[in-house]
Design a protein around this ligand. Structure first.
Ligand SMILES: C[S@@+](CC[C@H](N)C(=O)[O-])C[C@H]1O[C@@H](n2cnc3c(N)ncnc32)[C@H](O)[C@@H]1O
Length: 251
């Protein structure tokens, strides 16, 4: 569905059908998807160029698209390493496109579930690709809203962050209903009717799930479109974007 929203070609009739249902309610969801994807690129750029991060654990990767994490990171520093993780078998089918590493760097892919962080951390591919004695950029971009409270998202994030050394970062985004509750309720129903579980959260709830105990990078937790925007062009309204993002540093 996200691929469909972004204008990609790797989607199926069932994806398009549910995506169209969500679009009937949240007419600007494509704007949200584009802004979220643009945040991902800016966050990776910040992490490499300003924070000195050279390795990434990207969970909830999605289908390969423009500006995958390794493309942005290795475009700046070719030796960057990335482990991609998604639980959707369709992503696995397209993973080759995620594995086009620069010769100096490395990319790897594992099919695994965010709700089982120990498996992700313990996977031999993760251990062989990333050096856990050096800071890592953990990416949880547009994935935590697929983890309802009953699946203990805070415990999941704690488990992941505990495994990373001080000086590591978390970049995360999350859908919110704070700016347009009716629209988001309708979109949420479209997902739920197709068995996609999740939870829309407020800024405070998202901050508690993702960023508790981290030092927030300026400008803190904002709409993804307001996080270090490039250029001075007009930006979409909050009620179109409905997605928060932020980057925090593990002290
Ligand atoms: C909206 S896409 C985000 C893609 C990319 N991170 C971005 O923001 O551009 C969400 C992705 O998270 C994946 N996902 C959802 N729940 C997951 C889980 N429990 N474990 C791993 N991946 C999950 C989906 O399969 C999908 O590919």
């Amino acid at each position: 569905m996200y691929d469909y929203f972004l204008g990609g070609k790797n989607n199926f009739a069932a994806d398009r059908e549910t995506a169209e249902k969500a679009l009937q309610s949240w007419g600007t969801v494509r704007t949200a998807a584009r802004e979220n994807r643009a945040f991902l690129g800016r966050a990776v750029r910040f992490l490499v160029a300003e924070a000195g991060i050279r390795q990434f654990l990207d969970i909830g990767t999605g289908l390969p698209s423009a500006n995958n994490v390794h493309e942005v990171a290795q475009g700046l520093v070719p030796s960057c390493r990335v482990v991609y993780v998604d639980n959707d078998p369709i992503v696995l089918a397209h993973a080759r496109a995620l594995l086009t590493s620069s010769p100096e760097g490395r990319t790897a892919y594992i099919q695994a579930d965010l709700r089982e962080p120990e498996k992700i951390l313990g996977d031999p591919v993760t251990r062989q690709t990333l050096d856990f004695t050096q800071p890592i950029g953990l990416m949880l971009v547009a994935v935590l809203h697929f983890v309802p409270d009953q699946d203990q998202p805070r415990r999941i994030v704690d488990t992941l962050l505990d495994a990373l050394p001080a000086g590591s970062y978390l970049a995360a985004t999350h859908v919110t209903a704070e700016h347009d509750p009716d629209t988001l309720a309708g979109a949420g129903r479209a997902y739920q009717e197709r068995g996609l579980t999740g939870q829309i959260r407020t800024a405070d709830e998202f901050a508690e799930v993702a960023f508790r105990g981290l030092d927030m990078v300026d400008p803190g937790l904002t709409l993804v479109s307001e996080w270090r925007p490039r250029g001075a062009g007009p930006r979409p309204m909050a009620s179109e974007v409905n997605t928060y993002g932020g980057v925090g540093r593990k002290p």
